[in-house]
Design a protein. Structure first.
Length: 278
């Protein structure tokens, strides 16, 4: 368990099975709070589900094509979804089933979503080489920045800071200053496409994952955000593209850990500070 608690010993319980939430493949999932998660799918829908029962409590329909990314505001009252229809939508968890805000403006599929800590602003990224900033209340686009060959793969907001981390198919990880929507720092380019990123809750570290095949590439990389802004360490062990990476919540009895998932059909948990696998 991620919180470090230990259940009482007893017979091994069968894995709880639930019916499908989506009619097609699930393309993205994010936590809303300890009880709820949100998911997006190829069926163009966004669903809010209970971790405990597995039941879909809300379903939002409005996109015209596959949902590519989902995320939520820190207060968990708003859900954001990006789609291959080139738009982003905002949904109210306790509102109507239709979108409360619509963010059109990208020329290609939207592949990155990041919400500011106060939920007042949204940053989006796309395969059209652009990053945009939006006012979540009005839907107004506040800025747009374009960099050649910057095919965005993922975005995440640094907790408590005006900075956004972005990974790209051009093999780089960038730090954006959201205030002026300008690149504040670019880490040294990797050897492979950077597929995903995450930021630690203390805002000190960034994690990115790499594409790869046959054991070449496929690593996750830990970066320092506050001091040298250099690579700290790499987590090597996957044999195919590492598709996702995340900092795990730290329990009182656990060392800081990160998790990675890969096209090699495995999920690995690593000791953040030593790089050892758990």
């Amino acid at each position: 368990r991620a919180d470090g608690s230990v259940e009482e010993a007893g017979p091994v319980r069968a894995v709880q099975q639930h019916g499908p939430t989506h009619t097609g493949a699930v393309t993205s999932v994010a936590a809303l709070n300890p009880d709820l998660c949100v998911s997006g799918g190829r069926d163009k829908s966004v669903a809010v589900c209970s971790w405990r029962s597995g039941a879909a409590l809300r379903r939002f329909i409005g996109h015209e094509r596959e949902v590519t990314k989902v995320t939520s505001a820190l207060d968990s009252s708003r859900v954001f979804s990006a789609s291959r229809d080139k738009t982003v939508m905002m949904w109210e968890l306790h509102g109507t089933s239709g979108p409360s805000q619509h963010f059109p403006g990208h020329d290609l599929v939207v592949t990155g979503l990041a919400v500011s800590p106060d939920a007042s602003q949204l940053c989006t990224g796309s395969r059209d080489n652009t990053v945009c900033k939006w006012d979540t209340e009005t839907g107004e686009r506040l800025g747009r920045a374009s960099i050649s060959r910057n095919l965005v793969t993922h975005l995440c907001w640094v907790p408590g800071e005006p900075y956004v981390i972005q990974t790209s198919e051009d093999k780089t990880v960038r730090i954006w200053d959201s205030r002026e929507l300008q690149v504040a720092h670019t880490f040294p380019a990797k050897q492979h496409i950077q597929t995903c990123c995450d930021v630690s809750q203390d805002g000190r570290y960034c994690l990115s994952s790499s594409s790869g095949s046959a054991g070449e590439g496929s690593e996750a990389t830990l970066w320092d955000l506050r001091q040298t802004r250099n690579r700290v360490r790499e987590y090597e062990g996957h044999f195919q593209t590492t598709t996702s990476c995340v900092f795990l919540p730290r329990g009182p009895a656990l060392a800081p850990s990160v998790a990675t998932s890969s096209c090699d059909s495995t999920v690995k948990v690593w000791d953040r500070d030593t790089g050892g696998r758990g």
